[in-house]
Design a protein around this ligand. Structure first.
Ligand code: CP
Length: 307
């Protein structure tokens, strides 16, 4: 049974296929309105979410399917101590495909190993968030026209930011990618991503704490939130939380064609006034995420022989 835990579970050809499929859905949504008729998606969210859960659910409804949702661990038998494995074995009896978010790294893999339907990782702790990366890739494709020769600035929490880890992995497969890693010392990209992805693929990167000085060189600025929920110490979080704030003033230092991305939710790291700048693409990412999730649901259900 094919599940998607990491964006590396999809080949570059499959990513191209998903992007083409999402673009076709955007072009002609009526063609897809009944594709998943009588199919059910189970959304199991053991950690808070707005975009990922609701876009998965909107995706399934727009494909003509149904959704069964568990949006709070406290309202499920997880609160009585049921394991992820047993929960997934149970839910597999009710639905055709599962999207799961869990605070523990590796929980999605455990789910996939115990499921009899495809499982899509909707975020496992600080590890991976592959469908956010699908949203990011469609946004890059639509805004920049190509994945090649892009210099990407990743800014904020690069240590715990699972969307950053997944995007590094995905973009390192395209020619000419360069990264500028902008973070406080305490939140630098983990060495397993630097060694296991960037150095392994000979991707040029620089590390800096300076956002303003980096802007002029970027094609894409990918901002991230400093994530309170990943810190062990509240004091450390309070010290670092406003390390980077992108303002209209700072945007004056950026190239006219640079785009600003952010997986959202945002707290303080992008001033609301930047939303009016035509280079701000983060709400386009939100919509693109729904189309890519539609494309992925169709692909996995077809591969599982359920469509
Ligand atoms: N980008 C993202 O994963 O948002 P949510 O936490 O709201 O799902």
């Amino acid at each position: 049974m094919r599940s998607i835990i990491d964006v590396m579970d999809l080949s570059v050809e499959e990513l191209d296929e998903l992007i083409a499929s999402a673009e076709d859905i955007i072009e002609d949504p009526d063609k897809y309105a009944e594709v998943c008729r009588r199919k059910k998606l189970g959304t199991l969210f053991f950690e808070p979410s707005t975009r990922t859960r609701m876009s998965f659910e909107a995706a399934m409804y727009e494909l003509g399917g149904h959704v069964i949702s568990m949006s709070e661990a406290g309202s499920s038998s997880a609160a009585k101590g049921e394991s992820v494995a047993d929960t997934i074995k149970t839910v597999s009896n009710y639905v055709d495909i599962i999207a799961m978010r869990h605070p523990k790294e590796g929980a999605a893999l455990v789910a996939a190993r115990n499921a009899s339907v495809p499982v899509i990782n909707a975020g496992d702790g600080g590890h991976c968030h592959p469908t956010q990366t699908l949203a990011d890739l469609l946004t890059i494709h639509r805004e920049k026209g190509s994945f090649e020769n892009l210099t990407i600035g990743l800014c904020g929490d690069l240590k715990f930011g699972r969307t950053v880890h997944s995007l590094c992995t995905a973009m390192s497969r395209y020619a000419g990618t360069k990264f500028v890693l902008i973070s406080p010392e305490e939140l630098k990209l983990p060495s397993y991503v630097k060694k296991g992805v960037l150095r392994k693929k000979d991707i040029p990167y620089t590390q800096t704490t300076d956002l303003e000085g980096s802007l002029k060189d970027l094609d894409i600025l990918y901002m991230t939130r400093i994530q309170r929920e990943r810190f062990f110490s509240e004091e450390e979080y309070l010290r670092l939380k406003d390390s980077y704030i992108l303002t209209e003033e700072k945007m004056k230092l950026a190239p006219e064609k640079m785009i600003v991305m952010h997986p959202l939710p945002r707290v303080n790291e992008i001033s609301v006034s930047v939303d009016e700048d035509p280079r701000a693409c983060y709400f386009k990412q939100v919509l693109n995420g729904k189309y890519m999730r539609m494309a992925l649901i169709i692909k996995l259900l077809k591969e599982a022989g359920r469509l």
